[in-house]
Design a protein around this ligand. Structure first.
Ligand SMILES: Nc1ncnc2c1ncn2[C@@H]1O[C@H](COP(=O)(O)OP(=O)(O)OP(=O)(O)O)[C@@H](O)[C@H]1O
Ligand SMILES: [Mg+2]
Length: 367
């Protein structure tokens, strides 16, 4: 561009060739350092933003610690807990009372988008303390449990799994750094990870950074479950572990979860009520309040939040079944048509299939 402009100036006699040549030398000499400098300013901005975030993290005051106590059992209780996030205009948990017996499964359900379910589990892990009320494990106020002990007795499997840029082996082992390679492999096998890990040429030594997006959501989640199996903590929190998976991954993840939850105190957050119908206690949380609790059969027998959520989900499921029935009927009638069947019998066959599948859906005989 400069060359074109320079040539024009020379032709127009606005400058002479010697000056143009000198200018070219100067530009070539300084262009590269200038470009590097511009690149550095981008990096400096990134570093500045990171430093600000680190500074904000360091400014967070430490949570107060009560005289040290260690729980001997793993039942959990929330006693009249009120909690608001910093800067929140309204309380996020209000008068929250819940008792969770040891080695039981409690499901937290409720509308998406801020009912307070995840907040309950965050308070258990002591990401923050409630403004009033107490959270206890085995009868011990969690403010008296040293953070490293609390961390070792609670495992969490979230929907979004973060993997560090290290080997798959190291990513699983971070749950219990002293675990041997064999123990890591056993946990991976129990979490249904072993087969997909060994498909990579480097196996367990594959760097997550090298395969990046080649791990599906379900595979990442199974790695997170392998971590939890390896940690073997007595309390387990599962926050929507299968919400965003396809059916195949969901079956594999669910099988891994079934291995994980044996003999643990489990809190599971789920949107799909059918996945938690067997829980020992189902707790409905809405607008930061516990609005209903009980076992599935009791809850659906009474008109209430749970029963209306259940009916809505069943209607959606039946709609899917009816749609599938229509598709099957359509394909079958095409086959019969190609086989030379008369039109009348095609219509009859299609109606019978659609009707029987829709009935099966309505009666919940088809999953
Ligand atoms: N870190 C945070 N800072 C401030 N407010 C928050 C924070 N996390 C959650 N909230 C607010 O607290 C309320 C409860 O959120 P929470 O994540 O517990 O809901 P949830 O029931 O888990 O919802 P979902 O089903 O969508 O996951 C919401 O109003 C949310 O906006
Ligand atoms: Mg949540």
């Amino acid at each position: 561009m400069f060359l074109v402009a320079g040539a024009y100036w020379v032709v127009q006699r606005e400058t002479d060739l010697a000056v143009l040549a000198a200018l070219l030398v100067v530009i070539v000499r300084y262009a590269e350092p200038l470009a590097s400098f511009i690149n550095y300013t981008k990096i400096i901005h990134l570093v500045e933003a990171s430093l600000l975030r680190i500074e904000a993290l360091l400014m967070v005051p430490e949570l107060p610690q009560l005289p040290e106590q260690h729980p001997q059992r793993y039942d959990i209780s929330f006693e009249l807990v009120d909690f608001s996030y910093q800067g929140s205009s309204q309380p996020n948990l209000i008068g929250f009372n819940l008792t969770i017996p040891a080695r039981s499964m409690t499901a937290l359900v409720g509308p998406s988008g801020g009912a307070g379910k995840t907040t309950v589990t965050r308070l258990l892990m002591r990401y923050a303390d409630p403004q009033t009320g107490t959270v206890k494990i085995g009868g011990v106020d969690i403010r008296a449990i040293p953070p490293e002990t609390l961390n070792s007795i609670v495992s969490v499997v979230f929907q979004d799994v973060y993997l560090f840029d290290d080997t798959i082996l190291a990513n699983i082992r971070m749950a219990r750094p002293e675990a041997s390679d064999l123990e890591v492999q056993q946990a991976a096998k129990a979490a249904n990870c072993h087969a997909f890990i060994t498909r990579f040429p480097q196996g367990y030594l594959t760097h997550v950074g090298d395969i990046g997006s080649r791990l599906s959501g379900g595979e990442r989640q199974r790695i997170s479950i392998a971590r939890a199996i390896l940690k073997n903590a007595p309390i387990l929190v599962l926050d929507e572990p299968t919400a965003a998976l396809d059916t195949e991954s969901e079956v594999a993840v669910q099988a891994a979860i079934d291995t994980l939850i044996k003999d643990k105190t489990v809190i599971v957050i789920a949107h799909r009520l059918s996945t938690v119908a067997s829980a020992s206690n189902i707790v409905v949380v809405e607008d930061g309040r516990l609005v209903e609790q009980g076992i599935h059969n009791e809850l659906i027998a009474n008109p209430g939040r749970y029963s209306s959520m259940w009916q809505t989900q069943q209607r959606v499921k039946n709609w899917h079944v009816a749609r599938t029935a229509n598709q099957i009927a359509h394909v079958l009638s095409r086959i019969l048509y190609l086989a030379g069947q008369p039109l009348e019998s095609l219509v009859k066959a299609q109606n019978i299939i659609t009707f029987s599948c829709a009935c099966a859906g309505a009666l919940n005989l088809v999953v």
